[in-house]
Design a protein around this ligand. Structure first.
Ligand code: DGP
Length: 113
């Protein structure tokens, strides 16, 4: 499958992986928007949030558990961080393999642009 994040997950394309298990990989964003900017992805190819099924519920829950662990590892747990999953055009989704952005290490404004 010609998917950038599938290729990162199966190591066809190199990345700075900060966490990996059978189902999930996390790696630093190539164009960071904060001092800590990590993408947490399921290895399963799911294009957008709209493609989720009830079978994916536990997997999506695990993305958040991994975010929890990474926040502690990167020492942004107490200062805080933001988790964002963009969907389709208006949100600016550019890679169609779902990914949870973890942004931290600076104060963020609200609402996002
Ligand atoms: P989104 O716009 O929500 O689809 O976010 C896609 C993110 O993926 C964006 O922040 C930049 C990042 N990205 C794109 N190509 C690569 C790549 O080849 N390697 C890494 N590590 N990140 C990438």
């Amino acid at each position: 499958m010609d998917c950038l994040f599938c290729k990162i997950a199966n190591k066809q394309i190199s990345s700075n992986i900060v966490y990996e298990d059978d189902e999930i990989a996390a790696f630093t964003d190539v164009s960071p928007k904060a001092p800590v900017h990590i993408l947490i992805i399921p290895k399963k190819h799911i294009p957008t949030v709209l493609d989720l099924t009830v079978e994916d519920c536990a997997l999506i829950g695990r993305l958040y558990m991994i975010a929890n662990k990474i926040a502690t590892d990167k020492k942004i747990d107490k200062s805080g961080f933001r988790l964002v999953m963009n969907c389709n055009r208006d949100a600016g989704q550019s890679v169609f393999h779902i990914h949870l952005h973890m942004l931290g290490g600076r104060v963020m404004s609200w609402p996002p642009g």
